[in-house]
Structure formats: structure tokens, C-alpha cells
Design a protein around this ligand. Structure first.
Ligand code: ZN
Length: 148
């Protein structure tokens, strides 16, 4: 029964990915959905993302004007911290902007781009997400065009 066989293979594949078979562990926590969307958008544009060894977690240690940051994890790997205080209060569009901005740093090594409205603009959250929401494809194109 070829159908059953292919389902089994898909399940095995998911288990292997879930267990990090042979890969550097990573943990995206409750942000996994946004990470996979970022990865999907990258691949749709022929770009890779470095997600191995990446951890994402809520933090209470970020300053009042910082929604998130990307840095080196003490235990090894990279760490994106998300300001727990603001997360529930911001819209889905801002959540995506915050995560995609930090993934721009941590998964693609991108620097800030402050000369224009952009995902990598350091104060894009201050400018709001309306412009991004209305022209999402354009800003994703711009973003991934900066990835080598
Ligand atoms: Zn930044």
C-alpha cells in the first residue's frame, strides 16, 4: 500500500528533524511557527538560513525599549531573546517584524539598515507595521536580497 508507506516515511522524517538527528540542537520554543515562515520565505528566494544551534526564548532582562536581541548563547550556539513584557501586547505583524529582524541578525548575519524603512531598520517597530503589512512581499524581497 504505497499511501501508507509514504505516510510512514513522512512521520519518520518529522521524528528525525524533531530529534535533531545528527544536527546541532536548536530550540525555537513558541516562536517555531515564525521561524519556519522566515525559512520558507528565504528558500522561496533561493536563500539559506543558519538555524542550527539557534535558541529563542522569552526574557525579562531586556531594556524597556528593546523588543528583542540576537547574541551568543553562554552554553553554546546563538540566542534570540524576546522581551516578554511586550510580546502579548503587540500585533501579529509586529511579532513577525521583531522575529524576522532578529533572525536577520542571527540566521543571516545581517546588519542594521537605518537609511530606509526595512525589516533590519533598528527602529522599525517605532515606525509601525502598517507599511510592512501593506508591502510585505517587497520588504521580504529587499531583506533577502541582502543575504549573500
Ligand atoms: Zn537589530
Amino acid at each position: 500500500m504505497p499511501h501508507i508507506k509514504s505516510v510512514k516515511r513522512a512521520t519518520l522524517l518529522i521524528l528525525m528533524v524533531g530529534m535533531g538527528c545528527g544536527r546541532v540542537p536548536s530550540d525555537f520554543g513558541p516562536f517555531a511557527g515564525l521561524v519556519y515562515e522566515y525559512d520558507r520565505q528565504a528558500h522561496a528566494r533561493g536563500k539559506e538560513t543558519a538555524l542550527d544551534g539557534l535558541y529563542i526564548e522569552f526574557s525579562d532582562a531586556l531594556g524597556p525599549h528593546t523588543l528583542g536581541d540576537c547574541g551568543v548563547r553562554n552554553e553554546g550556539g546563538k540566542l534570540i531573546r524576546i522581551n516578554r513584557q511586550y510580546w502579548d501586547a503587540v500585533s501579529e505583524d509586529v511579532k513577525e517584524l521583531v522575529l524576522f529582524h532578529e533572525l536577520g541578525h542571527c540566521a543571516n548575519g545581517l546588519r542594521h539598515l537605518d537609511s530606509e524603512y526595512a525589516i533590519m531598520n533598528a527602529s522599525v517597530y517605532v515606525s509601525g507595521s502598517k507599511e510592512y503589512k501593506e508591502n510585505r512581499t517587497y520588504y521580504l524581497d529587499r531583506h533577502f536580497s541582502r543575504v549573500e
